[in-house]
Design a protein around this ligand. Structure first.
Ligand code: AR6
Length: 231
């Protein structure tokens, strides 16, 4: 069930209905246009084949650690399907820890169309990038580079030519990028997570001691960089 099924962003109507599997921002969309918001995908859990149970624990632990520093800013974990396993795991673990669901929630939708399709304003979006910071390769990386257009590619090249696993880089978007004009996204943060897929570069061959450390570093760099933009 998509957000627009619950509430029309244009009507200003509100609803506090939230059930498992539904978007939790329902009812608060129109009141939060100015709140700094980071939308991020689950880093490494699709193309890079990282274990979902471990990844969900790392996401929730990192979010919990950042809650005190967040102020009124929000973090939103996004995935494409309302059957997303990572979203369910994270929702359950965040509820167990009583994490404030107004400042951290999950959302079902295309990260490149959060405002135009769901009315959810996110001024910053994160990308699960590849080490060369190049378009393509499928997944959220292809979607974000396609939506950002040539501006995103050019601005990315200005900031960095590569990333190490666990690192993140902030790319300011020019106001000519469709992501800026259509979605209100002012910055993209590229993040490189650990890779467990033997078909992709820098595979960790199942070494989850290294992998978990890198994924933790990736989220903490991402959240730190978001805070540096938000404040
Ligand atoms: N909107 C929201 N979430 C998405 C979207 C989207 N448009 N597309 C995918 N996801 P992945 P990784 C979710 O594979 O595992 C690329 O080729 C997806 O369901 O994009 O870090 C890069 O170039 C999953 O939950 O990233 C790298 O080489 C999450 O985004 C490599 O894949 C991450 O899936 C990175 O692999």
């Amino acid at each position: 069930c998509k957000e627009q099924d619950l509430v029309s962003p244009l009507s200003g109507a509100t609803s506090d209905v939230t059930k498992a599997g539904e978007n939790q921002a329902a009812g608060s969309i129109s009141q939060h246009d100015d709140v700094p918001t980071l939308a991020f995908p689950s880093i490494s859990t699709a193309g890079f084949q990282f274990d979902l149970e471990k990844a969900s624990t790392i996401i929730v632990d990192n979010v919990e650690e950042f809650m005190d520093k967040l102020g009124n800013a929000r973090l939103v974990l996004v995935d494409l399907s309302n059957r997303s396993e990572i979203l369910s795991l994270v929702r359950a673990k965040a509820a167990q820890k009583n994490i404030d669901s107004k400042r951290f929630f999950t959302y079902v939708g295309d990260i490149t169309r959060l405002y135009s399709e769901g009315g959810l304003r996110c001024n910053v979006i994160a990308n699960a990038a590849n080490w060369r910071l190049k378009p393509g390769g499928g997944g959220v990386n292809s979607a974000i580079f396609d939506a950002g257009g040539p501006d995103l590619e050019a601005m990315t090249k200005n900031q960095a030519s590569s990333l190490l696993p666990g690192e993140a880089v902030v790319v300011p978007l020019p106001s000519t990028s469709p992501l800026y004009t259509r979605e209100g996204v002012t910055h993209v943060i590229h993040v490189l997570g650990p890779n467990m897929n033997p078909e992709r570069p820098n595979c960790l061959d199942g070494d989850y001691i290294k992998g978990c450390k890198i994924l933790q570093d990736a989220y903490s760099s991402l959240f730190e960089k978001f805070l540096s933009i938000a404040n």
